[in-house]
Design a protein around this ligand. Sequence first.
Ligand code: SAM
Length: 402
Amino acid sequence: MDSRPLHPAVFSAIILRKSLDRPAHLENAMPLVDAFGRTIDYMRVSVTDRCNFRCVYCMPEEGITTAPAECMLTFEEIVRIVQVAASLGISKVRITGGEPLVRKDLPTLVQALAAIPGIQDLAMTTNGYLLGRYATELASCGLKRVNVSLDTLRPDRFPRVARRGDLQTVLDGIAAAMKANLTPVKINVVAMRGINDDEVADFARLTLERPINVRFIELMPINWAAGDDDLNSLVSLVARNRIHRQTSAGLGTLADSLEADALPGNSGMLDASQMRKLFVSAAELRKRIEAECGPLVPSELPGNGPAYTFRLRGGQGTVGFISQISHDACLRCNRIRLTADGHLRPCLMTQGEINVRDRLRARADDAEIAHLIRQTVLRKPLEHNLDKGAAPTGRTMNQLGG
Ligand code: SAM
């Protein structure tokens, strides 16, 4: 730990909790198990809806509406909720956003979260742009590891996809994270047809010489439910991939072979029909990597969440696939979410949010917060249900935390 003074309120929250350790009324609490028997031990905590990038599939370039400051949870409030969650069995916390590193004084929050009894794994998802500045401090405050989102290794392409920042600064950030032992470092890549899918083998090759773990994430239909037509197309896209899944072992086979439309201009973001055309299934990515780099051998990477993990022969790192659309990542889901404006959310794709912020500000005690967390867990659906017409409306990805 470093010797920086803690924010007084965070400090007193830690001291209070340390002295109480596990509250007596929660002492015999049942672990968090959802209605389908999944144990929930992971909370993703979004600390802001703001971001210093404008990735084409995530946020429009201009005209962002961000929540007013008074709606945002304070650090003290976040710590309090996580303390109660930890007393119920949450042992893993991932800080996300928006871009978490744009939240002022974030290391202070990291330090407070790391001190909560029961939190064994404290990680962060970031676009990496500010990691060069903060990696060492974050590590000394108790952060264990980072996932860095990076969709291209080509400097000229970077501004077209992220529309802010530059590649070299992100690469420097990744190097700083490795140097600070924020490991294993994972690089999350959203593969998009005609935009960056010609780079998947380059990403996979990064794992040959360095202990880097690259994970390909299928483009997800956040905000695709723009209208009936869009929703129907989405339902058929999911259904098509499910049929493939059922007829092949492990990952499914190729979905669409549509050529991508041009990227949006400097304003706006990809619309529903563009996103559908850009979708590349994990199975197709795997085939393309194997064609160029040789076989991918099943491997393990502790804490790799819903990813299917492989290794190239002789590789130091791993190659993973997160296939929410074409595969049942949901069946292994162990998480709930806390949004930056203080709502507990049972599932990325499903509403069912519970406003914990207002209860907290109305002086809810730990037992009431614990009840709200349990209610959230019980609201978890078995699957995202996109193929049954569920529409992930309500929030954009930067508001949800990815
Ligand atoms: N700013 C941080 C970052 O870049 O990692 C955290 C927030 S970002 C919303 C979290 C993750 O969500 C990123 O890896 C991003 O690529 C991913 N993401 C955003 N929109 C997505 C979409 N429609 N489909 C798949 N992944 C998406």
